[in-house]
Write a protein that binds this ligand. Structure first.
Ligand code: HSE
Length: 432
């Protein structure tokens, strides 16, 4: 065998430790595959003494990840530190400037700085691979960038956050309230102590921004994403949706429309008999509508030491085999400017839940406002609380396809009319 391939691994959290254990288990076979021994040339993390469940004592230790990134011995810098800038960005830039290949799991870094870093990697003639940044163990970057390169992609969407999917699944399948399901997710270590990043939809949005750029050949446009989290999804919505034949999922959706590109992360009603509705717990799923390959769905673990390490290993093997593509599939200077479609022009069906005053004429007034905006109703169900006559009633409406602008205007008017006791709930339905 020829010269060893030396990895510099910065960040020894869940993914870093997972990578070390993967190399322990499969390193010999992978070395045979690439025809070079794969070795860990150095590691860096915040605390040297911490027990990580894997042996790091024999590895060359670097207190400074930038020193590791630029060490002449290192061939590939593996960035598993995290964070959209700070030391992670500085170390990746240092590695690229030193003409080192980079593998990263850092979605936040790339969602913010992806094009700039891709440009630098291309200029230096090195790889910047990030399979592990999106949907953990699901090889979606490779699938879109390579396997589907011969297709035009119309839409890419999916369940991109395991924590949210766990919470919604527990609410749907076990009747938990949102707060209890969140507490459970935190106890199991899925959600962060500050769960805003997951349940607010930001983690899913980082992943969506990267998928959109690769699928559509556009510049990464994280700040153009419409983001809604799952905080306002109640058990009432889960139950009402279920009664009408739907499940509620937090989806990230990127779709080309006649007005531009829609990128949105929001709770979504999906038909309960669809494959994506069946994806429960922390599992992720990514669907791609491609013109030649057809409609694909990839399902698998979206986080965790082993799945994420599997994706990092895949990136390393590609580099070792000499397979280096521009990070976003096409050279960064050819990435098209992102044209955002206005959300008001979004076309689709909607789930609406109103807490309506239980008085004569209220339903007529609600449907009149819908009709004025040409919103056509597919179904409407009213439930009055039997135990409390006269209290507001829950009215659930499923609309036919309409525009977001029309539905928002109708709901604003209904609120202004004083027919409802609370802000209306509005959830988009995705056609699958
Ligand atoms: N916190 C994420 C999730 C995993 O719950 O899916 C890492 O992106």
């Amino acid at each position: 065998m020829s010269e060893p391939l030396k990895l510099g691994i910065a960040g020894l959290g869940t993914v870093g430790a997972g990578l070390i254990s993967l190399l322990d288990k499969h390193g010999r076979r992978l070395s045979e595959t690439i025809g070079r021994p794969i070795v860990i040339g150095g590691v860096s993390a915040r605390s040297k003494g911490k027990d990580r469940g894997v042996a790091v004592a024999g590895l060359k230790w670097f207190d400074d990840p930038i020193k590791l990134a630029t060490d002449p011995e290192i061939d590939i810098f593996v960035e598993l530190i995290g964070g959209e800038d700070g030391i992670a960005k500085a170390a990746v830039e240092a590695a690229l400037n030193a003409k080192k290949h980079v593998v990263t799991a850092n979605k936040a870094l790339l969602a913010k700085n992806g094009v700039e870093l891709a440009r630098l990697a291309e200029k230096q003639g090195v790889a910047l691979n990030f399979e592990a940044a999106v949907a953990g163990g699901i090889p979606i970057i490779k699938t879109v960038r390579e396997a589907l390169a011969g297709n035009e992609i119309r839409r890419i969407y999916g369940i991109l956050n395991g924590t949210c999917n766990y919470i919604l699944s527990r609410m749907q399948d076990h009747g938990l309230a949102f707060a209890d399901a969140l507490k459970e997710a935190q106890d199991k270590g899925y959600a962060e102590a500050d769960p805003t990043f997951d349940i607010g939809g930001f983690d899913a949005a980082h992943k969506l921004a990267l998928l959109t750029a690769i699928a559509f050949g556009t510049k990464v446009a994280f700040d153009q994403i419409h983001i809604e989290g799952i905080q306002n999804i109640s058990k009432i919505d889960i139950d009402a949706a279920q009664e009408l034949g739907y499940a509620i999922k937090l989806l990230g959706v990127a779709v080309r429309t006649e007005h531009g590109i829609e990128q949105r992360v929001h709770p979504t009603l999906v038909p309960e008999d669809s494959a994506i509705a069946e994806v429960s717990g922390v599992t992720n799923a990514v669907a791609v509508d491609a013109d030649f390959a057809g409609n694909l769905l990839l399902v698998g673990p979206g986080a965790g030491a082993k799945p994420t390490a599997s994706s990092v290993a895949s990136d390393i093997i590609d580099i070792a085999a000499g397979f280096v593509l521009p990070p976003f599939g096409v050279p960064s200077k050819q990435l098209a400017t992102y044209k955002r479609a206005k959300l008001g022009e979004h076309q689709g069906a909607y789930y609406i839940r109103l807490t309506a005053h239980d008085r004569p004429g209220v339903m007529a007034a609600i449907t009149k406002r819908m009709a004025e905006r040409e919103v056509s109703l597919e179904s409407i169900v009213q439930k009055s609380p039997r135990t409390n006559p006269g209290a507001p009633a829950t009215v659930v409406i499923i609309t036919h396809d309409t525009t977001e602008q029309a539905i928002r205007q109708a709901l604003d008017q209904i609120e202004k009319d004083g027919k409802v006791a609370e802000r209306p709930q509005m959830i988009r339905i995705e056609e699958l």
